[in-house]
Design a protein around this ligand. Structure first.
Ligand code: GAR
Length: 203
């Protein structure tokens, strides 16, 4: 399966996808990385991994839709079949999603539907939850509201600050996100309306 990754920042999830998927016999391969923030570290990671890196600055587009249409065109040109949002810090519009129906997935650092949006680990600490974690879900037009594919939980430990909890959550993201992509590529995950049908447990 041909995978395209969208990212905005450091790209540790991009790296985890490449490291896990670019092995012999893998059912999926990352064909390109598109980053909306010029100079972001993820662009260097892609070049170093030998993955085509495209910088597309959203600020140079007249509207959100115009940007999303160009983004979709770039992915279509490369015949991308699955789009992974890996720390992609923008909402995607219908203009984008309609071009990849049921084929856009996101990783989020919380056990959704708790703590959508920004600073999820900080929100969990402020709320005082005993568990935190990450979610991989299909993307819809809302903020982290799409159908959930898989989740992993981690404990919140005494003395945790945002950085410590984020690191613990990201370790799980780096494992879970590639596992979900592999399962989708193997045909083990299907979307029926809002319901995710899994042939196996993804953990
Ligand atoms: C990840 O923890 C990801 O879950 C989060 O941004 C981080 C990016 O890190 N995404 C969101 O919060 C989206 N709502 P990375 O650039 O090192 O992969």
């Amino acid at each position: 399966m041909r995978v395209g990754v969208l990212a905005s920042g450091s790209g540790s999830n991009f790296q985890a996808l490449v490291d896990a998927l670019h092995v012999e016999g893998s059912p999926a391969r990352v064909l390109c990385l598109i980053c909306n923030v010029p100079g972001a570290k993820v662009l260097d990671r892609a070049r170093q991994a030998g993955v085509e890196a495209v910088a597309l600055d959203h600020k140079t587009f007249a509207s959100r839709e115009a940007f999303d249409q160009r983004l979709a065109a770039e992915l279509e040109q490369r015949e991308v079949q699955l789009v992974c949002l890996a720390g992609y810090m923008r909402l995607v519009t219908r203009a984008f999603l309609s071009r990849f129906p049921g084929r856009v997935v996101n990783v989020h650092p919380a056990l959704l539907p708790a703590f959508p949006g920004l600073h999820a680990a900080r929100q969990a600490l402020e709320y005082g939850t005993a568990l935190a974690g990450c979610t991989v879900h299909f993307v819809d037009e809302g903020t982290d509201t799409g159908p959930i594919i898989a989740q992993a939980a981690v404990p919140v430990l005494p003395g945790d600050d945002e950085a410590a909890l984020t690191a613990r959550i990201q370790k799980e993201e780096h494992r879970l996100f590639p596992a979900v992509v592999r399962a989708i590529a193997a045909g083990a995950v299907r979307l029926e309306g809002r319901k995710v049908v899994r042939r196996e447990v993804i953990a």
